[in-house]
Design a protein around this ligand. Structure first.
Ligand SMILES: Nc1ncnc2c1ncn2[C@@H]1O[C@H](COP(=O)(O)OP(=O)(O)OP(=O)(O)O)[C@@H](O)[C@H]1O
Ligand SMILES: [Mg+2]
Length: 363
């Protein structure tokens, strides 16, 4: 047992007859022997645990005094990981099965973040479970993903063939409004599926958030009836332009607005607030802009909130469930973050954080 695999100290409660000692050793062995990397930090940003596989994946030499040191110091070669960890304390929905590329090794890791809570249920730290996807796993994962995407792609192509081609004919000939509406809807779903499966290639340029937001407000109006819902957009005049794909950003905001309108059923308010901020990565940090979109709709129960970014998850009779999956894909492509805060009856707040300078890898 090395000091590198000491778990977060447990408080209070012992485990009864066997006593805390043997149980502690047992848990330490579980973590040490795990074939996943495990890294835990305290609220203060100190390393509470990093197991051997974790050191190996990060390519960091273990040192006996790593525990208790700032994570930014131990993982100074990986500011992106540090930023993900430190910003997790602000999130409500933590990333699950996300992927990130470690620079400079180019290794791809798949990871999940979870809060470490103390006995009172307060967040005491954040744990990251990760796996090196670069080698066999990567091939397998990629293979599986490709299969899945191919299946969806084929399905989309088949539907496109069935639905899209006859569309022109139907519109002209049938002359039945109801029919047209149905066909159009089917067509819209096909478009969305295709959008989702298509890999994103960012066309990065200097992009004004205000312009993208205003374009989105207009575009959303062409897609759903807003009724008397008011939209307020508040962008500070000195907000920096960001390196982003303006069309993708417009699409991202449009999908969020459409969801808000659909949730509110003709009445209420959407408030969009944008701020410039700096994201902590333990080093110089990273300039970012934060876009918050708040609606006064019915909100969602927790079980819905946890699934909204899953492809094809929808609670709407006519929904395809791809709106937010596409949103997440666009945010990921820009190396940004998305978080959601909601409660039944309490409205929904969606927060998107995008870096001012896009990373080299994304272009
Ligand atoms: N602002 C919101 N308020 C309440 N619920 C929301 C909001 N945004 C999303 N949701 C919930 O999340 C689900 C998934 O949203 P998503 O945009 O991915 O798909 P959809 O809107 O159902 O279908 P699509 O966008 O493909 O037409 C919605 O069905 C709805 O239950
Ligand atoms: Mg939607």
């Amino acid at each position: 047992m090395t000091s590198s695999s000491r778990p977060v100290p447990r408080r209070g409660r012992s485990t009864g007859a066997s006593g805390p000692e043997p149980a502690d050793a047992f848990f330490r062995h579980i973590v040490a022997g795990m074939r996943n990397g495990v890294l835990a930090i305290t609220r203060a940003g100190a390393v509470a645990l990093l197991n051997e596989e974790g050191y190996r994946i990060f390519g960091v030499e273990p040192s006996a005094d790593d525990l208790g040191k700032p994570v930014a110091e131990v993982l100074r070669a990986h500011p992106d990981v540090v930023r993900q960890l430190l910003s997790a304390f602000e999130l409500h929905l933590l990333p699950n099965r996300a992927e990130t590329r470690l620079r400079p090794s180019g290794k791809v890791i798949g990871y999940t973040l979870a809060f470490v809570r103390d006995d009172a249920g307060e967040v005491a730290g954040v744990a990251m479970f990760f796996k090196d996807l670069t080698r066999v796993e990567q091939l397998e994962e990629r293979e599986r993903l490709r299969d899945r995407l191919a299946a969806v792609g084929e399905m989309a192509a088949a539907i496109a063939h069935e639905v899209k081609n006859p569309l022109a004919g139907i519109e002209v000939m049938a002359g039945l409004l109801r029919r047209i509406a149905e066909a159009k809807m089917a067509n819209a779903i096909v478009q969305e599926v295709l959008e989702f499966v298509r890999p994103i290639r960012l066309q990065v340029e200097h992009t004004g958030i205000a312009e993208a937001l205003h374009a989105a407000v207009q575009l959303a109006d062409t897609k759903v009836a807003r009724g008397s819902i008011g939209v307020a957009v508040d962008v500070p005049p000195d907000l920096p332009q960001i390196q982003a794909d303006p069309h993708q950003l417009t699409q991202l905001f449009t999908n969020l607005l459409i969801n808000a309108y659909e949730a509110m059923d003709g009445k209420g308010r959407v408030e969009i607030t944008v701020t410039a901020m700096r994201q902590d990565d333990g080093g110089e940090g990273r300039e970012a802009v934060r876009i918050e979109l708040m609606d006064t709709g019915p909100g969602m129960p927790q079980e819905v909130a946890e699934r909204v970014f899953d492809p094809f998850f929808t609670t709407k009779a006519q929904g395809s469930g791809l709106g937010l999956a596409i949103v997440r894909k666009i945010v990921d492509a820009h190396d940004g973050q998305i978080d959601l805060r909601t409660a039944p009856g309490g409205g929904t707040l969606i927060r998107v954080t995008l870096p001012v300078l896009v990373s080299r890898d994304a272009v």
